[in-house]
Design a binder for this molecule. Structure first.
Ligand code: SF4
Length: 92
């Protein structure tokens, strides 16, 4: 990986310092897709997280395929990512 790409990835990752989930070992942020209760619990934590937007942006940019990021499930992020990519392409 080129050095400038590594730097960009590190910069993208600084938002984690404000994450609420870092201290929530009681909540599963990588629940099974059919575990509605666990998904709801993770979403509730994300709802009060100050870096939620950055978390979601990171997940979309790095195409995270598992877990709850920014309060969204993988299926929800997949739809959001298609729109995000379309908008990115339209803006370039
Ligand atoms: S939005 Fe949710 S998954 Fe993302 S950092 Fe905050 S608590 Fe963690």
């Amino acid at each position: 990986m080129p050095m400038n790409a590594m730097y960009e990835l590190e910069a993208l990752d600084t938002w984690r310092e404000g994450s609420v989930c870092a201290d929530r070992t009681d909540v599963d942020f990588f629940p099974s897709p059919d575990d509605i209760g666990a998904i709801a619990s993770a979403r509730a934590v994300c709802g009060s997280c100050p870096v939620r937007d950055d978390c979601l942006a990171f997940a979309l940019e790095t195409n995270q395929s598992d877990g709850i990021w920014g309060g969204y499930t993988p299926a929800e992020r997949s739809k959001l990512r298609r729109v995000w990519l379309r908008d990115l392409k339209a803006a370039s």
